[in-house]
Design a protein around this ligand. Structure first.
Ligand SMILES: Cc1ncc(COP(=O)(O)O)c(C=O)c1O
Length: 492
């Protein structure tokens, strides 16, 4: 199967919407950093599994055997994706994205070494890799980034080293993303691991924005000190919506420690006076009935990525990304955030930008309503990082904090537009984005007159209204499916 065949294997590439100017046009999906589209072949595996559906944790009847085997296969795919040694690492599924495993890790690591009361967390983190540590780890110290706003780079290794010295003996772990969900900037996670390990600190890597774009292995060189202790990611950002969050963790972090959650499926025996935990991984870390179908869909998606080859995926995306960045940087009136030097600061397929004199909310809305380009805007659940990137321009606004509309004015300017690529992104998707931006820059006044801003900084078209229910109505879709069923006696 060719690379192009894989790239066509996604549900929703032909989705069309009626636009504000009356045209019916194909959607250009550039919001993959939030959630990727579903890989059809992976969904197919999940649908086929449903014919055999049963609960896991038994090998007895045929269907339970199939379910248990398929679930174990999905765990194996997660370990393989990051080249984790199955004898020393375990893969656990939890929740509906990486937020659940990150909370779990924060609780577990705090319980494991309560005497170490500091976590070092980078300034560029998504809230999911910041707030759980604030809540459970004791004191969080934020590691600054290299460079100066708005051209900030990756995690500043010299600053990290200084903090490790300053809090010697107290740092439990370092939490850092493998790539930013705002700028796509890549962090040198194995260098970070080596520094952390020299101070007996662990390293937790949020790889949610990396693994759909580039390979990541537990160790880059095979050297033990460069091994990552925990890697977490979200299945819905890896072409498997409805799948769980994943944590690939060094078993030694968990052994001898009470699992974070308890319940069925993770104990050897239970007595009125107590219980005996299972020693088996990952069972002991996954209490209760798992999201079997989602996990198997994810396992299939991960297998596809490995068949396509992560290096090939990375190389292809880099070409498209370089083109997009070069075009944006050459347009007067466009500001792209983050260090622009790709040699010094590598990036993956996520780009954050603003247009001079136009609110990020208006830009994203016009791109949707008139160009069918789906992007995201705001602070992307990374408020400290976005504010840091925007610092010079927010200062330049010189807002009067006592003015009645100060909060609204700030909200309208505190944010960016984010375009993010996926395996299915085509040249015409990039062309549509660039055309939309050129149109906005050419006619800002025209678009301003078409919209009203609310106090939250959202923009509403004065005449065009595409309500969600008119675009997709679950009830009506169900009605049609049921009508078909009664008309044909077919199984849905
Ligand atoms: C870097 C990063 N970390 C964590 C998360 C949170 O993931 P989820 O919402 O899937 O739990 C996201 C989601 O956007 C993200 O981009």
């Amino acid at each position: 199967m060719s690379f192009d065949d894989f790239r066509r294997d996604f549900i929703g590439l032909d989705t069309r919407y009626r636009l504000a100017d009356g045209r019916l046009a194909r959607r250009h999906y550039l919001d993959s950093a939030a959630s990727t589209l579903a890989l059809r072949s992976a969904r197919h595996v999940a649908d086929e599994l449903l014919r055999h559906y049963a609960n896991t944790h038994s090998d007895l009847h045929f269907s339970a055997r199939i379910a248990s085997h398929a679930y174990a296969w999905a765990h194996g795919q997660a370990l393989e994706l990051v080249r984790a040694d199955p004898d020393r690492y375990t893969a656990c599924f939890a929740g509906s994205g990486c937020t659940a495993p990150l909370n779990r890790l924060a609780r577990t690591l705090a319980m494991r070494r309560p005497e170490r009361d500091v976590a070092l967390v980078s300034l560029m983190e998504h809230h999911a890799n910041d707030l759980p540590h604030r809540k459970h780890a004791g004191q969080v110290v934020h590691i600054p980034l290299t460079g100066a706003s708005p051209a900030l780079g990756a995690v500043d290794l010299a600053a990290l080293e200084r903090f490790l010295e300053q809090y010697r003996g107290r740092v439990n772990y370092v939490a850092v993303s493998a790539a930013s969900n705002v700028t796509g900037i890549v962090n040198p996670v194995h260098d970070i691991a080596a520094l952390a390990h020299a101070h007996d600190a662990w390293v937790v890597v949020d790889a949610s924005q990396r693994l759909a774009h580039a390979p990541l292995a537990i160790s880059d060189t095979g050297a033990a000190e460069r091994e990552l202790d925990a890697v977490v990611f979200s299945g819905h950002k890896l072409y498997a919506p409805g799948s769980p969050g994943v944590a690939v963790m060094r078993r030694a972090l968990l052994e001898g420690c009470e699992p974070d959650e308890v319940g069925g499926g993770m104990v050897e025996d239970v007595y009125p006076s107590g219980y005996r935990l299972s020693a088996r991984f990952p069972d002991r870390e996954e209490a209760g009935t798992p999201n079997l179908v989602g996990a198997v869909q994810l396992g299939a998606a991960l297998s596809v990525l490995q068949r396509v080859g992560m290096q090939r995926i990375h190389a292809t995306e880099q070409e498209r990304l370089r083109y997009l960045l070069a075009e944006l940087s050459a347009m007067p009136g466009v500001r792209v955030y983050g260090d622009p030097d790709p040699e010094r600061t590598p990036r993956l397929g996520t780009v954050a930008f603003n247009l001079n004199g136009l609110d990020h909310g208006l830009v994203a809305t016009v791109l949707n309503d008139y160009h069918n380009v789906a992007v995201r805007n705001g602070c992307f659940c990374a408020h400290p990082y976005v504010r840091e990137l925007l610092k010079p321009e927010l200062w330049a606004l010189d807002l009067d904090p006592d003015a009645d509309d100060a909060a609204t004015s700030l909200k309208r300017r505190q944010g960016m537009v984010r375009a993010s690529l996926g395996l299915y992104t085509q040249d015409d998707d990039i062309a549509a984005l660039l055309a939309g931006i050129r149109d906005l820059l050419a006619r800002p006044g025209h678009y301003r007159t078409l919209y009203d801003a609310d106090t939250d900084g959202n923009f509403r078209h004065r005449t065009f209204n595409a309500a969600a229910k008119a675009l997709f109505d679950p009830e009506a879709t169900l009605d049609r499916a049921l009508a078909r069923l009664s008309a044909t006696d077919d199984v849905l």
